[in-house]
Design a protein around this ligand. Structure first.
Ligand code: SF4
Ligand code: SF4
Length: 404
């Protein structure tokens, strides 16, 4: 696929106009190998799609400014993750500009649609048509359900019908889903129904299930990671895995210098940790300034050292309590139907990612009967949480900060 030789004078001039990107090397071709290097970047096979995507991929919520965006692609990142909802569609528009000026074949694009409100097959098709228009392309490489949180949604026949039609029309090559909460049941449903080529889910150093258990080493923690088990099960069915939220909520806005290992920041160690897992094809990160770009791109292919592993372990041990993993247990067990997990996630977007406007927008879309004023203060959510999260305080705070 995907030669870079312009097939017309017009395309050739377009490439010249785009400057440095004209010199980009072709995207890697599919084959049975799982990993390969090209230039300064490592690429991994994205499961059964056969696409080779950069180990570090670019998150589009939001995208960096135009010149940095262009540079990130020039430096070998070839997978961009976006959604119809990111930056009110401007993320897709910006990617559309890149594809137009650099050529459609410069990057693989994953975009997503939501299953909100009265969604049905027609609503999905309309959403995808809007995405294609903004992206200025006739097909996306991966089309995904955005934020699947219920197993019945991913296995729903209406989703299957929409995917089948879009694939038949050539509007998407591969299907996927992203999952922010309730990973265990959603991912299992996706694996079992066999319709998904790609799964994008949170995977980070806090993915442990029993923090109160006495553990001696970091590997003991990892041994308890159900998310890692899930990832391996999915990869065993040749589903491509994209890790997200790898820098974990709080990301680079926290001062975690005390966990640095020489020149390597804790965030870099976190990226390396996620990429140690062979079942993970790529880690999607936001690179909003030059420092973040340099920090992230330097990690492709870099091994995690013993000292970095020790510092990661220290970070997890010292900060693992009262830290929501968005597992969904409290929400599933709430007798009042409060959307605890969603609410805690939106609060984290606001407080830790600095995405106040998006968090308010998401919060306002919730049914008021699922928010803090409807809570009966029974405390069940907190008894269900393995990580000691103060759920009630969190949802009340979210209501104060995000409503109105
Ligand atoms: S508060 Fe606890 S139970 Fe609820 S989603 Fe977060 S980690 Fe899971
Ligand atoms: S305390 Fe409120 S949010 Fe928690 S389980 Fe009870 S009703 Fe649900």
């Amino acid at each position: 696929m995907r030669g870079t030789v312009p097939n017309s004078r017009r395309e050739f001039l377009k490439e010249l106009a785009f400057g440095g990107l004209a010199a980009l090397s072709p995207l890697p071709h599919a084959s049975e190998e799982w990993r390969r290097k090209k230039g300064g970047m490592w690429y991994r096979r994205l499961g059964r799609t056969g696409l080779f995507i950069s180990e570090i991929s670019l998150g589009g919520s939001p995208l960096p400014d135009w010149s940095l965006f262009r540079e990130i692609i020039e430096r070998g990142v070839n997978y961009i993750d976006t959604s119809s909802s990111y930056s009110n569609g401007n993320s897709e528009r910006q990617i559309g500009r890149l594809l137009k000026e650099a050529g459609r074949d410069k990057a693989y694009v994953c975009t997503k649609f939501h299953l909100r409100g009265r969604w049905n097959e027609s609503a999905i098709l309309r959403s995808v048509e809007g995405s294609l228009l903004r992206l200025g392309t006739d097909r996306v490489d991966v089309l995904a359900v955005h934020g699947a949180s219920r197993p019945e949604d991913v296995a729903d026949e209406r989703v299957a019908a929409a995917f089948a039609r879009l694939k038949k029309e050539g509007k998407c090559l591969f299907t996927g889903l992203s999952c922010h909460s309730n990973h265990e049941s959603v991912v299992r449903a996706a694996v079992d129904c066999g319709r998904y080529d790609v799964i994008q889910l949170g995977y980070n150093v806090f993915d442990i299930e029993e923090p109160s258990r006495e553990v001696e080493t970091y590997d003991d923690y990892l041994g308890a990671s159900r998310t890692r088990d899930l990832i391996r099960q999915a990869a065993g069915r040749d589903i491509g895995i994209i890790a997200m939220k790898t820098l974990k909520v709080g990301g680079r806005r926290q001062n975690l210098e005390r966990y640095r290992t020489g020149d390597v920041s804790l965030f870099q160690s976190m990226l390396k940790w996620a990429l140690e897992e062979k079942a993970v094809s790529s880690v999607v990160t936001e690179m909003l300034n030059r420092r973040e770009m340099e920090e992230d791109l330097a990690m492709a292919g870099a091994p995690l050292t013993a000292e970095e592993r020790t510092n990661l372990f220290r970070h997890v041990a010292e900060n693992g309590r009262d830290y929501c993993r968005f597992c969904g247990r409290c929400q599933a067990g709430c007798p009042s139907g409060i959307a605890t997990t969603e609410i805690l996630r939106y609060l984290a977007y606001c407080e830790s990612y600095g995405k106040a406007a998006a968090a308010r927008q998401y919060y306002s879309a919730l049914d008021p009967a699922m928010t803090a004023p409807a809570c009966r203060d029974c405390g069940r959510c907190e008894s269900l949480c393995r990580f000691g999260v103060r759920v009630r305080a969190g949802i009340r705070k979210a209501h104060q900060v995000l409503s109105g």
